[in-house]
Write a protein that binds this ligand. Structure first.
Ligand SMILES: Nc1nc2c(c(=O)[nH]1)N[C@H]1C(S)=C(S)[C@@H](COP(=O)(O)O)O[C@H]1N2
Ligand SMILES: [Mo]
Length: 209
């Protein structure tokens, strides 16, 4: 008789980047308190190097009148959990760029949230057609813990690049590190090549620290 055969492991889902595992449910993960939404004073600003050199701002109604899309995308946290096949509905970042064009020479943006959380992105990642300021997840309005009224989703990067409770976008002519990028996370945040930590950075991946 031959040796007992081992059960083959199920093939891992090809949508799962290296070092990630599937998560049941949707954990809440953030630094600091959950901000209270104040509809009368809430605004969404675009500032920095705009083509007009003016700051632009939408109130809650104005922001919700912008074009909308639904993007199907996976979600990868650098702490190694992933959620596959989410539907994110909201305002595509490309619509923000159309409505408030950046000045020539803009290469990066900083996305700002309540309490000063921020994440920097290359303009090409921000302009990607799948990058969305989400108001809904799987057809339901975001809960406040998950970023209501607006969070950014950048499907091709680790999820810290997507601030919850977004309030502003800053157009920049040079790269600058955001909240986690200043605290040891990789400036680029590509889950497929596991660009997790800043010690892995190579010249050209980010500004000097
Ligand atoms: N404003 C804000 N946004 C944030 C964070 C944060 O600390 N503050 N954490 C990020 C990280 S590390 C992750 S993994 C996701 C988690 O989103 P979730 O709580 O909806 O799962 O939010 C991102 N956006
Ligand atoms: Mo994360």
């Amino acid at each position: 008789m031959g040796q007992s055969e081992q059960e083959p492991l199920p093939p891992s889902d090809p949508r799962l980047p290296p070092g990630q595992r599937l998560q049941r449910g949707w954990p809440v993960l953030h630094y600091g308190p959950v901000p209270r939404f104040k509809p009368l004073t809430w605004d969404f600003q675009v500032f920095g190097a705009t083509a007009s050199a003016e700051k632009h701002s939408w109130d809650f109604t104005g922001f919700h009148a912008l074009p909308r899309v639904t993007v199907q995308a996976d979600f990868h946290c650098v702490t190694r959990f992933s959620m596959l096949g989410n539907d994110w509905t909201g305002v595509p970042a490309s619509a923000v760029l159309d409505q408030v064009p950046p000045a020539p020479g803009v290469t990066h943006v900083m996305v700002w949230a309540e309490y000063g959380y921020s994440a920097n992105l290359r303009l090409e990642d921000f302009a990607d057609l799948r990058t969305v300021f989400a108001t809904h997840h799987n057809g339901e309005p975001l809960t406040v813990e998950h970023g209501f009224p607006v969070r950014l989703v950048v499907p091709q990067l680790y999820a810290w690049k997507g601030p919850k409770w977004v309030r502003a976008v800053e157009y920049m002519r040079a790269d600058r590190r955001g909240f986690w990028e200043e605290r040891g996370y990789h400036n680029r945040a590509d889950p497929w090549t596991e660009k997790r930590f800043s010690y892995q950075e190579e010249p050209g991946d980010g500004p000097l620290r």
